[in-house]
Design a protein. Structure first.
Length: 418
């Protein structure tokens, strides 16, 4: 019987595992380290600053800057690092700080009288007193409704792709206006594809070159640096997720839907200039394959309805943290969890425990409760230590025989009072 099983080996899962190991918990972590990061195209760069991209261990011994030193690389403010370098950093972090990493995937997590029953992809069943679900973003890929049911030969999500050179000479339509869409379109163009952007927003937004870290007292007070960008709103999201959780539920939902919206990195803008077909204020209203194995798109834009024909659509339209998409949880467990907001994300209480005692959540699933920082690597630093303290508290309660009865979805209370 494990004290803790961690499902997922991305930045959040590895950070939680490092804290659990440091506290001597009988813990096991499952997942392929940094899998989604290794799968990204080689031409992509990390959008966040190096100093805001550390995985978390209790002593702070295995930061990105330390890894960069071992590679003879300077992790500098204002200098983007390749995504592949960051993925390699996560692998190094796992070797240094995560002693019990099993690269098998988990097929299901279900309630058990002593805690949870965890089944691996090859059928092994394990028992755990607590579980931390840190499955990253891939289960929550969002594809616009008119494109959602089409075969992958015609429509994919940007996260489905590693290298993009297979699209050379083809007509590719990228849907979206954020970093993933703009960078995907730029790389496709560089690889020789005929690329267009369709975006619902009426303009593209670009982040600006970050100011120097040391820039004097007044500029720093007016717009402080944070791991999510400059400004006092970002300071709230970055430094006080616990306070964010106490905001009224409608306020949290509004902020989650609007804060830190789609924008391209400052260093991408020059590369993106090669993408000449950019259609703003435009959305796909219908799509169907043609007889010659292309895709016919009906779109609505500023000039009215229009029909486009393309070889492939890549939806770079983000991720929706809906509990319904957390398929690793058994139907009984998913159905018992309380949710927050219209999107159906699980409610997360103090120290990242769900409404089912012993089931802890990390990463994107916690963003509607703890704020926008949980959509980024930066949030792992806030999450990992607090989550492990919650696990230890739950284990002590179990040992005393004072485990609370799970609260089902029908036993809802106001979210702000959870």
């Amino acid at each position: 019987m494990y004290d803790l099983v961690i499902v997922g080996a991305g930045p959040y899962g590895l950070s939680v595992a490092a804290h659990a190991a440091a506290h001597g918990l009988n813990c096991r972590t499952f997942g392929r380290p940094m899998e989604s990061w290794h799968a990204m195209p080689s031409g992509m760069f990390l959008k966040s600053e190096p100093w805001a991209s550390h995985l978390s261990d209790p002593r702070g011994a295995y930061g990105l800057d330390t890894y960069a030193t071992t590679r003879g690389v300077r992790a500098e403010h204002g200098v983007p690092l390749p995504v592949g370098f960051f993925a390699d950093y996560g692998d190094w972090f796992a070797r240094q700080a995560v002693p019990a990493l099993d690269e098998r995937l988990i097929a299901s997590v279900a309630p058990h009288p002593d805690g949870f029953s965890v089944v691996t992809e090859d059928g092994e069943t394990l028992r755990a007193r607590t579980v931390a679900l840190a499955v990253g973003v891939l289960p929550f890929m969002e594809i616009p409704g008119p494109l959602r049911d089409l075969p992958r030969a015609y429509v994919t999500h940007s996260s489905h792709h590693g290298e993009l050179d297979g699209f050379a000479g083809r007509d590719v339509t990228v849907v979206g206006a954020g970093q993933a869409a703009l960078e995907t379109a730029a790389i496709l163009t560089e690889q020789g594809a005929r690329t267009r952007i369709l975006a619902r927003s009426d303009r593209l937004r670009w982040n600006t070159l970050p100011p120097a870290l040391d820039r004097g007292l007044w500029p720093s007070l007016r717009a402080p640096h944070t791991g999510l960008g400059c400004g006092w709103h970002n300071r709230l999201y970055a430094d006080t997720p616990g306070l964010f959780r106490r905001l009224p539920a409608p306020t949290r939902e509004r902020i989650f839907d609007s804060a830190l919206g789609p924008a391209g990195a400052w260093w991408l803008r020059e590369r993106f200039a090669a993408v000449t077909d950019v259609r703003l204020g435009t959305r796909v209203v219908a799509a169907e394959p043609t007889d010659d194995e292309r895709l016919r798109l009906e779109v609505s834009g500023p000039a009215g309805p229009e029909v486009l024909t393309t070889d492939h659509v890549i939806a770079a339209t983000g991720f929706t943290p809906s509990l319904d998409r957390a398929g690793v949880l058994s139907p009984a467990l998913r159905g018992a969890l309380r949710t927050v907001g219209a999107g159906g994300a699980p409610e997360v209480g103090a120290r990242f425990e769900s409404s089912w005692p012993g089931l802890f959540l990390a990463g994107l699933l916690t963003a509607p409760s703890y704020g926008p920082s949980m959509r980024f690597v930066f949030g792992a630093g806030y999450t990992a230590g607090r989550l492990v303290r919650g696990v230890r508290q739950r284990l002590r309660a179990t040992a005393r025989g004072t485990v609370a009865r799970p609260r089902t979805g029908e036993e809802r209370t106001p979210v702000g009072r959870a």
